[in-house]
Design a protein around this ligand. Structure first.
Ligand SMILES: [Zn+2]
Length: 156
């Protein structure tokens, strides 16, 4: 299944879940759809050449720059003093570093560790820590939808 189908399924399932849960806020639903779609691409990060990986690399880098741009420094590029935002930036860089190192050197085999329920859970917890339970639930839905669509569900 290609990345477009995965993203679409993740987006639809996340939308349906939150609609059924009673969410009617347009902005919230759009963000949820986005998280569902992005999360549905995460399991295929183990494809070195996957389009999903390229998109996610771009998303992560964009997030880092987005956070930097809207940091206390305002519109110029500088290192903010350590406040809540400063810590968030450091967290994002740490996350980015781990992300690149993991896929650069660990190179999991395709449909290996990223296609497991454990990874799904770890990913959702990570999103929960960064963005709260709503985004975590949207991410969980997207990630699970990928495993279901691949018909490849392992616990570990
Ligand atoms: Zn897959």
């Amino acid at each position: 299944m290609n990345w477009k189908s995965h993203a679409l399924i993740g987006a639809i399932l996340a939308f349906v879940l939150f609609y059924l849960l009673g969410s009617r806020d347009m902005l919230e639903l759009i963000i949820i759809i986005f998280f569902g779609a992005i999360s549905a691409l995460v399991p295929d990060l183990d494809h070195d050449t996957s389009k999903g990986k390229k998109i996610l690399d771009l998303v992560f880098i964009s997030i880092v720059f987005f956070v930097l741009y809207f940091s206390q420094c305002g519109k110029s590029f500088c290192i903010p003093s350590l406040g809540a935002i400063g810590q968030l930036i450091i967290f994002f860089f740490a996350f980015l570093g781990v992300y690149f190192l993991f896929f650069r050197f660990f190179k999991p085999k395709h449909r290996g560790i990223t296609h497991t329920l454990v990874s799904c859970f770890v990913f959702s917890v990570l999103i929960y820590l960064i963005a709260g339970w709503i985004m975590a639930l949207a991410s969980l839905t997207g990630y699970l939808s990928h495993l279901l669509a691949d018909q490849h569900i392992k616990v570990i």
